[in-house]
Design a protein around this ligand. Sequence first.
Ligand code: HEC
Ligand code: HEC
Length: 170
Amino acid sequence: MKGGVAFSRVRVRALVGGAVFVAAASVAMAQGVVDAMRGAVPLDQEPVAPPLQNQENKDVRRTRAFAMQPPTIPHRIDGYQIDRFANRCMACHARTRIEESKAIPVSATHYMDRDGTIRGDLSPRRYFCTQCHVPQDEVKPLVTNRYEDFEAVRQRETSRALEGKGARKK
Ligand code: HEC
Ligand code: HEC
């Protein structure tokens, strides 16, 4: 009898576990894909890459998500040479070129070496611009997310806290 109870508990647990697994798997199946970037292509097959989109070229500086975010590039950069021979970006973004180019000069951090000394030339660690700065394509995010700017969260939380205080006074 004792053994029977223990056995059925194990079975119940196994059934619940199985149900959770099936539920999770069917959500993934309902969405059609497990990996949004890879798509539904089996692992042993090469997926066909989506066609390249046109880079956004609106020339409008975008809001940064946080203070130290490398700003995204608001203009096309295809064909711009960046290698050990030439840096096309600096032809416009160097301190000495902005009067003509009307570009935003690279900030002082780009001239700073690892000891914090501002050098005359671009620091080697900031030479390859596209390591940090990227152009944008007008595409839907591959994975949905609930990202909110810190400022929006702060405002919501502040007004919620103030409402709470008002309610307590009553
Ligand atoms: C022909 C001149 C020119 C070249 C070359 C150029 N830019 Fe720009 N860039 C600009 C101008 C002008 C702006 C100001 C916004 C606009 O008009 O697009 C700008 C804006 C930017 C911004 C936005 C800065 C901010 O604060 O939002 C970034 C980042 C940037 N460029 C990076 C690059 C990178 C990286 C390269 C090389 C791959 C490059 N640019 C090449 C002219 C240039
Ligand atoms: C290691 C990462 C990194 C590299 C490489 C890099 N940047 Fe930046 N860049 C940043 C960050 C972070 C910021 C924002 C904070 C700051 O100014 O340091 C920035 C800011 C900028 C800005 C805006 C300046 C301002 O005052 O608003 C421009 C323009 C820019 N970068 C252009 C370039 C160009 C052109 C290159 C290549 C020559 C380059 N960056 C290389 C990280 C990088």
